[in-house]
Design a protein around this ligand. Structure first.
Ligand SMILES: Cc1cc2nc3c(=O)[nH]c(=O)nc-3n(C[C@H](O)[C@H](O)[C@H](O)COP(=O)(O)OP(=O)(O)OC[C@H]3O[C@@H](n4cnc5c(N)ncnc54)[C@H](O)[C@@H]3O)c2cc1C
Length: 1165
């Protein structure tokens, strides 16, 4: 129960303001500030200009090329990896190879159009959030000194005397840095350092999808998290990360903070709740449920009902981070998300977990370590551990940067252990960073630099290229948009597929074949590995949606409740209680830009084939009835069945059902090539059971490319906020490790240079591990070696062509080309395999590259063939393909061409991992598991996001977390974790005994009594009417539930059971999509009617509430007259808080106290 609502004060603009008096300065406000670059700070060496790394016997100079030659040279570069001198962007621009038949390029003719990037200037935001602006990226001035002006963070690990005292007022934090000081990311775009420019906007990372669908969040709460441990596998090789350890002997941490200080007082509660939910979703966490690790950490400490409050706090911390990831969240800020001091410890625990697991405070942010000396050895005696990270790709750099941050945040803990925070050394074999993210500079430069491209590099992506959406948890969103402020280009998803004769394929036919292809995949999905489910301990969704905590508190912990339930006769054991439902995902569409398959919950292969093909729009052949089906079972049972071996035999079976032409075969094989592109291998080399192991983990939002090169992201990780201790051109040849953690590890480079380490994080690509030229001592155990063998690692190659001017449709970013098989009109699947992936997919990358450039993919067999093909032949074939579409406008030779050969690259040995034919369900997890002091990261260690840049990065965060846990042990949990409501210390606080600020307690008590008095006379304030559904689809799906179910039951195959609720939902969504505007009208009208009725109810409620407020104010004044409020005593008590002020209550608000803020009402209305 809280104090009565009071008349609100208004600011000069007339806006209603909540008058919360006695609050410490709100910590949330600083999160809308940005990192600033102070002009008078000490100058670090310009990271891009040159960085010297010395070792005892070597000195290596990392130098960025600054050659900005404007000459255009005709060139074909054969790129086989960084072993070739010509390849390095750091080395001088290579001389054009002798290709006498290449025409001289007329420099004046080259005109590069300004790039209309859909990028971050200003970034799209929801209206309510502060706008995010890209950081100024370029200038010809030298790079400004980098200085991250972060408000002085309180030490993260302060001494921990007992708490329960009322917390003293929060010391004011440093004011936000003036906007004019903002600057960041020198040289992230390349050769020319940028100038510090001003930006007045504050920053928040926003999603392109501002509408938050709770249903989706829980559905997507699969293990898409950096750390995902499966206890069943621990026996084989224990993981390093243990969630937490209970402590009772240590004094509790004390917080100089007030409850709620991180909750903006002027934000309506539901708006705050929406932002918290969005924060969790943007961090890959289910806002409504505990992560399995949180469950294990908390199950002995909190009850089911307390989960809601915990989740509100945890989501609140994530909100702070996501809204401004240029500033690290401090422990005090995190604790300030609790609405009651009893919850400070659990807020602090949540903060530790989020920090350690890399949900907050990751990336290119400066984190200040505690400068306070800790008890222990003097500095000269202190030990220092070493972590060696092998490989400077996204995983290695992500891991090293994260370790640096974690070691700073936990520096006090290390000092308490008598150690300096460990040092991190990165050993990289190549002469550059980024690994398979490599934006190779062109020799060609435009005569005139477009202002949009100033300071950026003219590059093409040899490797990782597409960011597959920023929304719903892609950490690249935080790095690229939130921290580095890089420009990006949104890919236009519209694409045309050209047939082998150069004519565009009929759109309808294209759609029909695509649906059939998806049907094929759906049918084989029946045989996929079953994904294990995990515990689903949910909070109260309604309360979380409203931003309210639960006031009900049972004292049984989650464990006690589960064990009591398990003790009942015929009850499920604890391990089977509260499990998330098993969700089957079926392919529904494919992403043409990436070849990835989109899935939805459903029952695979539920309908008979003939019924289905008719349903998707095909006409059944004469004499074929809807009961006809395909024969798949026998194909599955074949020895060595793979995805490709089965689908190759399914496709021809459709010919028995429908008329399937040679063009349909070409189209079908185009989709197969696209799938082979996303897996970098022929689909006959893919596991039937595991080919789609990462299904359901896709991000949302448009696909994008970084303007000026994706490599800016790994460069940012390497350089910001301060350069990592990175040694390039240090190829590692042997790693000696200690499987039982008893000794040190040594890492030996090819030239004999050796580093001793306490921990090694190995990010060497799977291809290199398979190749076996890096030696492990002792040899890797069979469980690890087995996974290395079973997982696939194939090749995708690219042919990149630079032209003087574009001859293609500049408004399109992607187009496809159907390839003809050796036997032109073949209706045999096997004839299509060698050709289908050759130049099948083209990207117009002019906008991100700054030059007129086309990039073609060589997928499946074609990827391997490229390794052996001669450049002239490849360029000639590409030209022929382009001429078939664009005719004689296509020059005989491009100005410059680059061919990748990833399999020949000794530091990659291929492109990315895939589910090999003999893969086991947990092979990716096995790849991730450490062995003693040897840890593993890399895209091939991410079962949820393999073969991607973001997967590699997340794996680096996971490995960093494991190393920290191994060093510090699990997170410590004080007990009791939540102070019981009737705890003596709280009683002391309430009675004012030994209370530093007893006036506050008396005022609080006074307010409560007055409130009781008022309610006894005029009852509670009228409750706000519930909001009605505002979406016509909701009405549609309700009234069409039975229709959707019936539709699913038609043509259902025997043994498939009844359609699940999920399937029905998906079907009604499909039906809604197909409904015409006219048919939608009645449902739209229902919404309008509801809205009108709601507006009437609100108007009536406002009238009653105003009346109530007036009466309450009158009664309050009368009460104050008759019962004067407490005043300060003679000792000067309450100097800070005067009579009449409103005091923050330490009691948890009663969720049904009927008090509604005017702001809430205003927004609701
Ligand atoms: C052609 C191609 C296209 C791709 N397209 C996309 C895409 O569009 N979107 C996407 O998300 N992903 C894409 N990827 C995948 C993505 O690039 C990778 O998954 C990711 O970059 C891998 O990062 P990593 O850190 O695991 O490995 P790497 O980047 O390979 O890093 C490993 C590092 O280890 C170093 N190394 C190797 N051996 C040694 C040694 N002996 N000693 C020292 N150092 C060594 C390497 O030089 C490298 O720097 C693509 C990849 C390729 C090749």
């Amino acid at each position: 129960m809280g104090p009565p609502s009071r008349p609100r004060s208004r600011d000069s603009s007339g806006a209603a303001k909540r008058s919360v008096i006695g609050l410490s300065p709100n910590l949330d406000s600083r999160r809308s500030t940005r990192i600033s670059a102070s002009s008078n700070s000490a100058k670090p060496s310009s990271p891009a200009a040159s960085t010297s790394l010395s070792t005892p016997d070597r000195k290596v100079k990392i130098k960025e090329s600054s050659s900005a030659s404007e000459d255009i040279a005709a060139e074909i570069v054969v790129w086989t990896g960084d072993t070739m001198e010509v390849d390095s962007p750091e080395s001088p621009t290579p001389a054009p190879p002798e290709l006498p038949d290449l025409p001289d390029v007329i420099v004046e003719d080259v005109k590069v159009e300004p790039i209309a990037s859909t990028s971050s200037s200003p970034l799209s935001q929801p209206a309510s959030s502060p706008s995010l602006q890209p950081l100024p990226s370029t200038s010809l001035e030298p790079a400004p000194p980098l200085h991250f002006d972060i408000p002085s963070a309180l030490p993260l690990d302060p001494p921990t005397p007992p708490i329960y005292e009322p917390p003293p007022p929060t010391p004011p934090l440093s004011p936000p840095a003036p906007a004019s000081e903002v600057a960041i990311s020198p040289l992230l775009h390349g050769d020319v350092p940028p100038k510090a420019e001003s930006s007045s906007s504050s920053l928040s990372v926003v999603s392109e999808h501002t509408d938050i669908s709770p249903a989706l969040s829980s559905a997507s709460s699969k293990a898409t998290t950096p750390v995902d441990h499966d206890s069943s596998k621990e026996a084989m090789a224990p993981s390093a990360a243990q969630p937490a350890r209970q402590i009772t002997d240590k004094p509790r941490r004390r917080y100089d903070i007030r409850p709620k200080v991180s909750i903006p007082p002027d934000l309506p509660l539901y708006e705050y709740a929406t932002q918290c939910i969005a924060g969790a979703e943007a961090s890959r966490l289910n806002p409504y449920a505990l992560h399995p690790e949180e469950y294990s950490m908390l199950r002995d400490h909190i009850s089911h009902t307390q989960v809601t409050t915990y989740l509100n706090i945890r989501n609140g911390i994530l909100r702070l981070w996501v809204r401004n990831p240029q500033i690290a969240v401090t422990r005090d800020e995190a604790v300030g998300c609790a609405k009651d001091s009893r919850w400070f410890d659990i807020a602090s625990l949540s903060f530790d977990w989020l920090v350690r697991r890399g949900y907050v405070n990751f990336g290119c942010i400066e984190i200040r370590s505690s400068r306070k000396p800790a008890a222990g050895n003097s500095p000269t005696q202190r030990k220092q551990k070493t972590v060696v990270v092998v490989g400077a790709g996204m995983s290695g750099l992500g891991c090293a940067r994260q370790l640096e941050g974690l070691f700073k945040q936990y520096s006090r803990r290390f000092r308490e252990m008598g150690e300096d925070p460990p040092r991190v050394v990165v050993l990289e074999g190549r002469g550059r960073v980024g690994g398979r993210v490599y934006s190779r500079s062109f020799s060609t430069k435009p005569k005139q630099m477009s202002p949009n491209f100033e300071g950026k590099r003219y590059t093409a992506e040899m490797g990782g290229m597409i960011i597959t959406g920023f929304d719903r948890g892609n950490p690249i969103n935080i790095l690229l948009r939130g921290q580095l402020g890089l420009d990006y280009h949104k890919l236009n998803p519209d694409m045309t597929i050209f047939d082998s004769n150069g004519k565009a394929v009929d759109f309808e036919r294209d759609q029909l074949v695509e649906k059939l292809y998806n049907d094929c995949l759906e049918r084989v999905s029946e045989y996929k590995f079953q994904q294990p489910t995990s515990k689903l301990i949910e909070g109260n969704r309604d309360l979380i949606d409203e931003g309210r905590d639960s006031s009900a508190e049972t004292h049984k912990t989650i464990r006690q409740t589960e064990e009591a339930a398990a003790a009942q006769p015929y009850a499920a054991p604890v391990s089977e209680q509260n499990m998330a439902p098993q969700v089957h995902l079926v392919p529904v569409s494919s992403d043409r830009a990436t070849g990835r398959v989109h899935t939805e919950p459903g029952t695979p292969g539920a309908q008979k084939a003939a019924h289905r093909v008719k349903d998707i729009g095909w006409t059944l052949k004469q004499g074929v009835n809807e009961d006809a089906d395909l024969e798949i079972e026998s194909l599955i049972k074949e020895r060595d069945a793979t995805l490709g071996s089965v689908i190759d035999k399914i496709i021809p079976q459709y010919r028995d059902l429908v008329d399937f032409t040679a063009q349909d075969f070409r189209l079908m094989n185009w989709h197969v090539a696209n799938l082979e592109y996303s897996n970098a291998t022929n689909y006959t080399q893919m596991s039937l059971r595991g080919w789609d192991i990462d299904a359901g983990n896709e991000w949302e939002g448009a696909h994008t490319m970084v303007v000026g090169g994706y490599q800016s992201v790994p460069r940012g990780l390497a350089l910001l906020p301060t350069p990592l201790n990175l040694k390039q051109k240090f190829p590692v040849q042997k790693i000696t490790y200690s499987p039982d953690h008893t000794g040190k590890a040594t890492v030996e480079c090819e030239d004999g240079y050796t580093v001793e380490a306490d921990y090694v994080v190995n990010t060497i690509p799977l291809g290199v591990l398979k190749h076996g030229n890096v030696q492990f001592e002792p040899p890797l155990p069979s469980w690890k070696a087995g996974a290395i063998n079973r997982l696939g690692f194939g090749v995708l190659n690219k042919v990149i062509l630079v032209y003087k001017e574009p001859f293609w449709d500049e408004g399109r970013d992607i187009f496809g080309v159907l390839r003809i098989p050796s036997s032109r009109h073949s209706l045999e699947q096997k004839d299509y395999s060698p050709q289908r992936g050759r130049f099948f997919q083209w990207f117009n990358i002019s906008k991100p590259s700054g030059l007129p450039v086309l990039l073609a993919l060589m997928a499946g067999d074609a990827g391997y063939d490229t390794e052996q093909s001669c450049n002239d032949d490849l360029v000639a074939e590409a030209t022929e393909v382009l001429r078939s579409i664009y005719g004689s406008k296509v020059p005989r030779q491009p100005v410059e061409a680059v061919v990748t050969r990833w399999a020949s690259d000794k530091f990659a040995r291929g492109s990315y991992s895939s589910a090999g034919p003999n893969m086991q369900a947990d092979d990716y997890d096995i790849m991730a598991r450490p062995i003693g002091n040897l840890y593993f990261a890399g895209e091939h260690t991410s079962g949820t996001h393999p073969a991607t840049v973001h997967g590699a990065y997340l794996s680096g965060l996971r490995a960093a977390s494991e190393v920290l846990d191994a060093m510090l042990g699990p997170i410590e949990i004080p007990t009791p974790l939540i102070i019981p409501k009737n705890h003596s210390s709280l009683k002391r606080k309430a009675s004012g005994v030994n209370n530093k600020d007893s006036l506050e307690a008396r005022l609080q008590q006074y307010e409560i009594e007055m409130w009781d008095h008022i309610v006894s006379l005029i009852d509670r304030r009228p409750a706000i009417p519930a909001k009605p559904a505002s979406n016509a689809y909701i009405f549609f799906s309700k009234s069409n539930y039975d229709n959707a179910r019936k539709k699913l039951e038609e043509g259902r195959r025997p043994g498939k059971g009844k359609p699940s609720a999920n399937e029905v939902r998906v079907m009604s969504a499909k039906m809604w999509k197909e409904t015409t505007e006219e048919e939608k009208k009645p449902f739209v009208e229902m919404v309008e009617e509801q809205k009108r009725a709601y507006a009437d109810r609100m108007a009536e409620w406002k009238r009653l509430a105003t009346e109530w407020d007036e009466k309450a104010t009158e009664l309050r004044m009368k009460y104050e007259k008759e019962h004067p409020p407490p005043v300060a005593n003679e000792e000067g008590e309450g100097n800070k808080r005067r009579r009449g002020t409103e005091v923050e209550s330490y009691a948890e608000p009663d969720e049904d106290d009927g008090i509604v803020d005017e702001e809430d009402v205003a927004m609701d209305g």
